[in-house]
Design a protein around this ligand. Sequence first.
Ligand SMILES: [Zn+2]
Length: 368
Amino acid sequence: MTTSTTGTTARQGAAGAAGRPGTGPGRSADGGLRWCPACGDEASAYGPGPRGRPDAACPRCRALERHRFLSLVLDGLAPRLALASLVVDVAPSRPVAQQLRRLCPQGYLGVDFDPGADGRAVDVRASLTDLPLADGSVDLLVAYHVLEHVPDDAAAMREVARVLKPGGLALLQVPWAPGRATDEDPDASADERVRRFGQADHVRMYGHDVEDRLRAAGLDVARMTPVDWLGDDGAALMHLWPEESSWVVTPTTSADGVGRHRGVLAGGTSPGGLAGALVRSRAATAEATARRAEAEERGDAVRRDLAAARARVARLEDEVRAARKESARWRRAYERLRGRLPVRVAAGAARGARGLGRAVGALRAVPR
Ligand SMILES: [Zn+2]
């Protein structure tokens, strides 16, 4: 099994984003800060996703939109997972596997039919149509982008119903085109599969009957989208595709069906619920934004101080220049004065001598 990274999920997302202007990926309710619920990292933007789709993948853990929504759902299930004895992760993606191992270290089991194809590290090599697990043994099974690879998907769905505990949950996601019936053809050529199913190793494109198929296999079904669980603002805040569909299923034999789990997942404002996780994530985002604003303000104050100090230095330099100019002027005046002083004295003396001579001459001329 391989996990689709492109195909109809991308189309769903594009349609969802287009259908709800202002809430698609890349639009932010928080002024641009990204907070990844899968790894808790913050960034100013996500990195490119499949086919270079911008602002899609967490730069740290590579989680895409669907992984980030699943991560919030799993966060909402944390109290259950802490008590779970077996959590089965089919065709695990790295960010989700890390989170599941953290939430349920005692019972995590990674499973893949062909782990070598994607270089996955798994605990068990098995097909979803034939899991080596006891009836009613699994608390949670995650199979994102698996069923569209499985020729006998009815067998795989029955297997999910078989291994889940009464009240156990599976979280499923498949590419689908809700406006039409499921299109499948195990004999289609690779080119035709790309054209009709979105990827060469897909054997079908699910349609509006996907939920009927799950029910026929003995599963109670609820569809969930980010906007259902988080609202428009929450989906925009977390940079999710508002209308991207996943399904939460539980064996029909469970006492009160999947409706009960909807409450658990939504969680009201309880600390374990999804809404609680969202409230915490909003608080973390708000805190990070406040920290950034504070740092910017501190930076502004430092810049203002620096500018004032530079202005003071410039004023002092002006004063020094003026003082030097003044001093030079005085020096020049002094030099001029000093240069002139002996001339005047000599001239005065000469004048005096001449006057004296005249006086002596006059005295000599006085008749006795
Ligand atoms: Zn991340």
